[in-house]
Design a protein around this ligand. Structure first.
Ligand code: PNS
Length: 157
């Protein structure tokens, strides 16, 4: 089965990588789809986010990195699959994830959203938390891949 793992990945965290790693065992093909949203102003450009994800997932042969804009359901259909994968960290994620999954289902009844529960150690971890800590010169080396840690230092220098 081919699954689409969508997100902003601004930047990718060890929590994302853990989901990708575990999904690479359970699914035949994982496409990590980075949202290219012109109306949001991400810290990292799309090109930077693609590069960091490619770097961090190079060991997984069935994982590819792509980007999309517009509706996720349209992208998923264009990719010849119907399955979206999302990570669930805590009960606080549930409400927004449920809303998105139901919105996607109402847009396209063929779309299925599967959830993978994050490892307990990553429950607190998000791209926003990482950016906030790095912005105050805090140590994020155990929260993100090495190349991301270096790029964050450069951004906030
Ligand atoms: O990493 P994020 O920011 O939680 O990812 C959210 C994402 C990209 C999965 C979601 O915002 C999305 O699918 N955006 C594309 C626009 C869309 O299809 N919206 C309808 C669902 S509410």
């Amino acid at each position: 089965m081919k699954v689409i793992y969508p997100g902003s990945f601004d930047p990718v965290t060890n929590g994302h990588i853990d989901i990708i790693k575990r999904a690479s065992v359970n699914f035949e093909e994982i496409v990590v789809a980075i949202l290219d949203n012109k109306s949001k102003s991400p810290l990292f450009t799309l090109e930077e986010r693609i590069s960091m994800l490619k770097d961090a997932t190079s060991e997984f042969e069935n994982v590819t990195i792509d980007s999309f804009s517009g509706l996720l359901v349209d992208y998923v259909e264009a990719m010849d699959t119907n399955t979206v994968l999302r990570g669930l960290r805590a009960i606080s994620d549930y409400e927004s994830e449920m809303r998105n999954a139901l919105a996607n289902k109402s847009l396209n009844n063929n779309i299925e959203t599967l959830f993978m529960v994050s490892k307990a150690e990553y429950t607190f971890l998000s791209s926003s938390v990482v950016k906030e800590i790095a912005g105050f010169n805090g140590d994020v080396s155990n929260m993100v891949p090495e190349s991301v840690s270096v790029k964050l230092k450069n951004k906030f220098r």
